[in-house]
Design a binder for this molecule. Sequence first.
Ligand code: 13P
Ligand code: SF4
Length: 299
Amino acid sequence: MDRLETKIKKLKKEKNAIILAHCYQNIEIDSVADFVGDSLYLSQKAKDTNADIIVFAGVSFMAETAKLLSPTKKVLLPRTESGCFMANMIDVKSLREFKAKHPDIPTVCYINSTAAIKAECDICCTSSNAVDIVKKLNVPKVLFLPDTYLGKWVEKKLENVEVITYNGFCPTHLRILPEDMDFARKTYPTAKILAHPECHTKVSEKADFVGSTKEIMECVKHSVDKEFVIATEKGVLDRLQRDYPDKIFHLIKETIVCQNMKWHTLEDIYYSLKNETYEITLDETTAQKATRCIERMFE
Ligand code: 13P
Ligand code: SF4
């Protein structure tokens, strides 16, 4: 076994630590990770763990969410550079302006948002449960932020709800263009095209299946089809190729890589565990309100 891997595993035991890795992460991190999955799955794992330390190989809002759900644990983000472009597209001032423009409408915030934003919203959701969460609110209108495309996708699925969206987006997913979908369809006529709801609406509507990273992986698992085009971040393709060697996968386009996720290396994980860096700390009042927003999602 690789020396670094051995050292990380030893440190994990000594410090009663776990490593959570998002499925967009560099795939070598899976060899030391306790849980690998989408943002909903990882937040559940953060909530349920008995570990003293959680090392989060993901982007900063995911580590913050882990801290909110496990406030007594030490939560570490190995690289502070790993923010999420979409989460950083909304600040408290613009959120308040958005709410003021549309008063008395419940605010649903995508988990891809900072704790400060969650603290001012009614309920949180992930791409796995966004449709269910909005449906269960049972209201005619919701404000949805920051991702305009996930919001529009929810609206399309739920016909009777008006989803008023903030104008945030994921630059990685927006690199996928409708013409890329047409090209894939022509080049791989027997392949199923699977897309993430963060993609532009004109892209999602050309897909055979739209779902969160976990739902895309589940779709492949249960499908009798043998060939797929993956219209989301490359980490999903890497794991599918590893887990289903008898199936054929194509990435919609080589540039669909979230650089923010890919900051973390095994070496960073090792130093993070060794030096207990970089610890996530949150203002107490913000944390209390943001936790409420996430807990409502679990309820
Ligand atoms: P998931 O909810 O599918 O994990 O997506 C998170 C994300 O950041 C996608 O870009
Ligand atoms: Fe954020 Fe997009 Fe990266 Fe997901 S893929 S973490 S939304 S920048």
